[in-house]
Write a protein that binds this ligand. Structure first.
Ligand SMILES: [Zn+2]
Length: 292
């Protein structure tokens, strides 16, 4: 697990084992707020050990940026904490979590340590503020990657923990392309010092404009490719040839997972567009997709 101090009392953690997933912590004199947990129990425990034993503050709140397993399955390691999230995060986690956990346990026994813990305190619209020491955290909806996505702005430092609403490769199979475009544009206009992405590295102030452009260009490229596919005789063959580089992204992103995520983006968008304008090609069956 990588660890970095982003600003005074603001910390960032990044997994070295799963898709460069990230988490954050903001500490006050008495207690800390954790933003997301990591994908595997050992990394979440390592992070907890750092906050509670090195920084010497207990985690009183855990904020879940959205319901995907790699961001909130570590909730049960903070039994004394209040879990905060969007109300849809709670619903989706309770609806999908138990079966997904059952399946994960069969593949990797380490998930036997996990219990799904639903958020205790939720909000539906607008913003929610949380004061920790000298810092004001503003929780706000950031949809696109998922319908329940929220971001956390550390107001004093202009640091945004964006969850998966901002990623090295935008991933929309469980979300909405148009909402993702709007959210990325909105983030670009927030006047930020740093964006902490849900996966990948921290984006610094001078890099934000290019990162926003690159993500918007990518979404526009995959939209175009998926639309074109609906007009082709062999849409899936056509899509197989639309590689990640031709859409302005690199296959080295996200520990090498990005080429695969790109393919899933294309297939799911194609499926959605084909369903809007039913054609013969729209009937091709596409297998179930995993979330990230
Ligand atoms: Zn996600």
């Amino acid at each position: 697990m990588h660890r970095e101090r982003v600003a005074e009392n603001v910390y960032w953690f990044q997994s070295e084992v799963y898709a460069q997933v990230t988490a954050g912590a903001i500490t006050g004199p008495q207690w800390a707020v954790l933003i997301d947990t990591l994908a595997l129990p050992e990394e979440t425990l390592e992070m907890r050990d750092f906050i509670e034993n090195d920084l010497k503050v207990p985690v009183r709140y855990v904020i879940n940026t959205h319901h995907h397993a790699d961001h909130c399955w570590g909730n049960s390691f903070f039994p004394g904490a209040t879990i905060l999230a969007h109300s849809l995060c709670r619903n989706l986690l309770m609806e999908k979590g138990p079966n997904a956990l059952e399946a994960a346990r069969k593949q990797n026994p380490t998930f036997r340590q996990i219990k799904i813990v639903a958020p205790h305190l939720t909000f539906e619209s607008g913003t929610l503020s949380l004061r920790v020491g000298k810092k004001n955290l503003i929780l706000m909806g950031l949809t696109g990657h998922s319908i329940d996505g929220i971001g956390i702005l550390v107001e004093e430092d202009r640091v945004l923990f964006a969850g998966d609403a901002f990623m090295p490769l935008p991933y929309v199979i469980d979300g909405d392309l148009d909402e993702s475009v709007n959210t990325i544009k909105r983030i670009g206009k927030m006047g930020l010092e740093n964006i902490v992405q849900g996966h990948g590295d921290i984006i610094l102030r001078g890099e934000i404009e290019d990162a926003v452009k690159e993500n918007l260009n990518y979404l526009s490229a995959i939209r175009k490719a998926a639309r074109t596919a609906t007009k082709r005789k062999n849409p899936l063959e056509y899509l197989a040839e639309v590689d990640i580089e031709s859409c302005g992204k690199s296959r080295v992103y996200l520990s090498g997972l990005s080429a695969d995520l790109h393919k899933r983006n294309l297939r799911v968008l194609y499926q959605r567009f084909a369903a809007e304008e039913p054609t013969e090609s729209g009937k091709e069956v596409i297998e179930a997709e995993d979330n990230l």
